[in-house]
Design a protein around this ligand. Sequence first.
Ligand code: HEM
Ligand code: FES
Length: 782
Amino acid sequence: ASAAPVRADAARCPFDHSALTGQTGPTGCPVTAGAAAFDPFEDGYQQDPPDYVRWSREQEPVFFSPRLGYWVVTRYDDIKAIFRDNLTFSPSIALEKITPTGPEANAVLAQYGFALNRTLVNEDEPAHMPRRRVLMEPFTPEHLKAHEPLVRQLAREYVDRFIDDGRADLVDQMLWEVPLTVALHFLGVPEDDMDQLRQYSIAHTVNTWGRPKPEEQVAVAHAVGNFWQLAGQILDKMRQDPEAPGWMQYGLRQQREHPEVVTDSYLHSMMMAGIVAAHETTANATANAMKLLLQHPHVWREICEDPSLIPNAVEECLRHNGSVAAWRRLVTADTQVGGIDIPAGSKLLIVTSSANHDERHFADADLLDIRRDNASDHLTFGYGSHQCMGKNLARMEMQIFLEEFTRRLPHMRLAEQTFSYVPNTSFRGPEHLWVEWDPARNPERTQPALLRHEQPVRMGEPSRHTVSRPLVVARVTRLTRDVVQLRLVSPHGAPLPRWQPGAHIDIECGDTGLSRQYSLCGDPADTHAFEIAVLRDEASRGGSAWVHDHLREGAALRVRGPRNHFRLDEGAPKLIFVAGGIGITPIAAMAQRAQALGRDYVLHYCGRSRADMPLLAALQARHGARLVVHAKAEGQRADLAALLATPQPGARIYACGPARMLSALEAATAHWPADALRTERFQTDAPTLDPAKEHGFDVELKDSGISVHVPPDQTVLAALKAANIDVPSDCCEGLCGSCEVRVLGGAVDHRDVVLTRAERDAQDRMMVCCSRAAGQRLVLAL
Ligand code: HEM
Ligand code: FES
């Protein structure tokens, strides 16, 4: 369903775009053929938005769409930067009609007194943040817990209704109504008018993000007008009993204290928009997730067998096939996006579903990988100050629905069908999802006890420790006296993610509680296996000994990753690789890549003796004269200071090896440009947190508009998690780089071993698991 890639210079744009400012392409027309053909109301976009704009992500990540009158943005970094800056990129048009309606429809809307105005999602600063703050409490994990029994009860009842039928349309028979009921409860709305609301809310989606034909516009306008009036009536009823539970009642109570923040116009608009925000998003997200999982039967089987995978599977489904495909922003001042000039007044369609498939951020992005450890970096919930407030309610619902399905209907499969979508830019989910199964095989018929199990709901971002993948040792090869190479494969033969040189995996050492990081040293394109080489290190804390003692051929183990914080700069004109002993593992993959790219490179490999240097023969065969061996036993000890005496402009040095060697390299390159040396370390000498030696400080979160205090006995990471802010983390020792956050102000006391000297000195990012404020305050881009 993808648009064919189009070359910019072949474009002959059929549209009048005289309204466009200044920018012209090679044909004198600023609009390429791909941009001219872009039509988000077409079935191709509906079926698979990230695939539909793949050409753009790859060739023209920011383009003007004459059909839509919008600039379209498709890459992760560009979109995140837009979300970060809600002053230059105003959310005010988020709920504006994307297709302006004709006078007749407008007259109908006026007749109903329709005045949908600012809520939260389309409110500008400075009004937005104070409102978000006073309305946040019902969304915190403690308060959301109260909704869990209802979600569980509804999921149980709806599945009961069809479990003996052998066939169901999950959308019509469950996924539409349950999130609607939950949304109404959350908001505090009585259930009476549910059917009516159901019709109205679809009309609202079409009215806002769709392209109704002129004859449909009037019918849509009537439905939207009725929805508006009903919302007003419900709100009036609520005003009589503002102490009742519900987010809207909470808003009414807050209005008493902050009338200028929680206005009447806000409450009426939110009464309508809130139902849609909480309902359709979640219904569609679950339908998309179920479709995706059932299209990958081996993944479905895995989560049926191990429901602890559900929280991350939900996150990965939100990334891969989320329910909000694109969002909108209005440009308030002349600016640039991805290097393209965009004039003030331009409208942006930011295709978040495309960002979620951007290879620059998600390795092997099209692969559905429920163990992907950065799945929750997806932008389906938006990001920053407007990030979805209901994300944890949505996550809870999706986890509970998936739990109910995997436990009670593990044998379900997709029925033959074609999927249809309501044509619109943003809210996306199949209108029907037919599944079938053999009711005679329903597990609860023979094991009624399984209905009593309950998988705990994970609030917030899933823990990286729950996403390990089971692998099996396919081969053990002894490389030297104390180094073994392991070839690890998936037990089901399922493909493993592709990786880039420099990537590592984490091996969990049985139930010792230890986990160890090992660089991948095989062929990155081989999706059948991960290869690592492990040195038995007697001085280690036991991880390598565990690997050597337990990992025989056929042994099962659990692995996290791959992850890469040691990326090769493929554009560098000269690459110098330095490996010490077992540190050759990431370097071997990098040097192979440098060779494949035809780069100028040299590989210095240091070790005690040739017999102790893993992979040496293979490296010699591959790299010939570009490999320089420094074997101590032969008196060839590397003189790093002499080798690196003269800085080479543009050259990059990648090094991995013993801490002593890396420190010597740091000294030897002190006079090189500050970011020339890049190292990978798997150990830190930083001591653990000693509250007696630390001071407390405040962290201001720019994107979220809140401030968090970090006491002396807490890490920044722990303080952020307590404040409901999602920050990925893994090693918690400053080794892995997962918890990196951008720093906007304040001095950082860096304690990690991930950043280079230049990166530390720039003071613009930090690892929040271990690094702290040097002073009293830090400002973070979160
Ligand atoms: C905002 C998506 C579920 C309430 C948003 C935004 C998106 C979004 C894209 C705009 C973010 C931005 O501008 O940065 C989703 C998805 C959901 C979901 C994909 C389900 C999978 C919910 C639920 C609720 C909710 C269940 C309420 C119970 C809100 C609110 C905002 C919002 C109040 C406005 C926040 C602000 O502007 O400060 N959501 N949402 N959402 N969402 Fe959700
Ligand atoms: Fe690994 Fe912070 S979690 S560096």
